[in-house]
Design a protein around this ligand. Structure first.
Ligand code: TRP
Length: 458
């Protein structure tokens, strides 16, 4: 295969490119499928009225998820740069938009700092499952894993692996990792979902997920479904934008974006089919044995595996390995946003950029690894609020600022989708996002620090 010299390591070639369409799709699905699908989605659905939540989620996916997905793809592929570089190039240096790019890079670094700590817990559980380390005392085990030197240690391991994949490159690193891990994750997940379905008592898990209960739905359900849609699709801070900057000009953005979104939603449902029936089978989904928050997964599910006997070793290992693969490929995309910025901006080799950003992200995560409350705060619902703001900026940019967005969107795909997307990013999408943002500010800031102002009970 003939490669130009530029592609082989001179500064221009440091950017890299996907080796194939499938490679891009797997990498993007790898980014999208993460802790959000297998952990957050099942519990949000269980709490938000099962199918009622899923219904709201799907509506928001169509109304904001897909348009923002297309919009990020269009910006990144048009500019062929990181978020900061993209906004600068497409606005000829407008300071406010460059500022939006800076926000995106900052937010991605922030999310990766705590995300990596949790990915570290998952890695530890994957090893622990092989020998059943948490079988005797799941709650005690989680306490040991969650904070302190152990958490810091695994956080380092995850960060070193993440930065190494990025240092190796776009196609040989990011793409190859996703190409290996995604099919394994998918296979294991199907296997687990089927297995837990045969456990007696698992039925309650399905009714939690699929029986609609609209009485559980309120304003916060809608907000959390919207945040979930953005988080799960990796939208709102430039990760998909960055991945699109390595995509061939001939590829259809809307077709590929749709495939990525469907795959992500599929794995979220699969996540529910693994987690909820397994908990239900051992009476851990509701009642006094049910755990909330991180405990639902790391104590509750660990408890379920320990109750499965010999099978628990296998199912537990399979589960935590797939969860780790999901989290790892997402971590890669989160760190890649800032790495691509450093590479584009300063012509630094990828290896140096990855080392530098890995160190920064590692340091950011230290406080989350030593203090559970800080972790709770960092990973709390206000991450959603920032993603909603990011999505709003993207929507306005593509709808009103970017030139030739329709051409970029329609190239190689179904004509007309570009026009519909732009119409949406000018109207419905920003309107919904502004409402959600106002509600988020109210709930996150006003209600926390000022007397509660009742806005129609939202
Ligand atoms: N989508 C991933 C998940 O579901 C997390 C993630 C990766 C992400 N990249 C992102 C979230 C960018 C927001 C923005 O776990």
């Amino acid at each position: 295969m003939v490669k130009t010299q530029a592609a082989m390591g001179t500064p221009e070639g440091e950017r890299g490119a996907w080796s194939s369409r499938t490679g891009f799709i797997l990498a993007a699905v790898g980014s999208a499928v993460g802790l959000g699908n297998i952990w957050r989605f099942p519990f949000s659905a269980a709490e938000g009225g099962g199918a009622a939540f899923i219904f709201i989620y799907l509506v928001l996916l169509l109304l904001i998820g897909l348009p923002i997905m297309f919009a990020e793809l269009a910006i990144g592929r048009k500019a062929r740069l990181n978020p900061i570089g993209s906004f600068r190039k497409l606005t000829e240096g407008n300071r406010l938009w460059v500022g939006a790019g800076v926000l995106f890079v900052g937010v991605s670094l922030f999310i990766i700092s705590w995300y990596s700590v949790i990915a570290g817990w998952v890695m530890r559980y994957a090893f622990g499952s092989v020998v059943g380390s948490y079988f005797d005392d799941p709650a005690g085990y989680f306490t040991d894993v969650q904070t302190g030197m152990d958490a810091l240690g695994y956080h380092i391991v995850v960060m070193v692996l993440t930065a190494s994949a990025l240092a190796i490159g776009v196609s040989k690193g990011i793409e190859r990792v996703a190409t290996i891990m995604m099919p394994i994750l998918f296979t294991l997940a199907v296997f687990i979902a089927v297995y837990v379905g045969f456990l007696s008592g698992s039925g309650e898990g399905y009714s939690f997920m699929f029986a609609p209960d609209f009485s559980e739905v309120d304003g916060s359900t809608v907000r959390s479904a919207a945040g979930q849609a953005l988080f799960s699709l990796s939208l709102g801070q430039g990760a998909i934008l960055t991945y699109a900057s390595y995509l061939d000009k001939k590829e259809s953005l809307t077709t590929n974006g749709t495939i990525i979104s469907i795959a992500d939603t599929g794995v979220a449902i699969l996540g529910g089919l693994m987690v909820l029936p397994a908990l239900a089978a051992f009476g851990l989904l509701t009642g006094e044995n049910a755990q909330g928050g991180a405990g639902a997964l790391f104590i509750g599910l660990a408890n379920a595996f320990s109750n499965m006997g010999i099978a628990g070793y296998f199912v537990g290992t399979a589960f935590f390995v797939s969860l780790f693969f999901a989290a790892f490929t997402s971590a890669i995309s989160l760190l890649e946003v800032s790495v691509s910025f450093v590479v584009d901006q300063w012509n630094v080799p990828r290896k140096k950029a990855a080392l530098l950003m890995g160190l920064i992200a590692y340091s950011g995560g230290i406080i989350a690894a030593v203090d559970g409350e800080i972790m709770g705060f960092m990973s709390g619902s206000w991450t959603d609020a920032i993603l909603i703001l990011g999505a709003l900026l993207i929507s306005i940019f593509v709808g009103y600022v970017m030139k030739d967005a329709i051409d970029e969107l329609d190239r190689g795909g179904i004509r007309g989708v570009g026009r519909i997307t732009i119409a949406m990013t000018r109207t419905v999408v920003p309107i919904i996002l502004i409402v959600l943002l106002v509600l988020a500010i109210k709930v996150e800031i006003v209600d926390q620090y000022f007397a509660s102002i009742d806005l129609f009970g939202w």
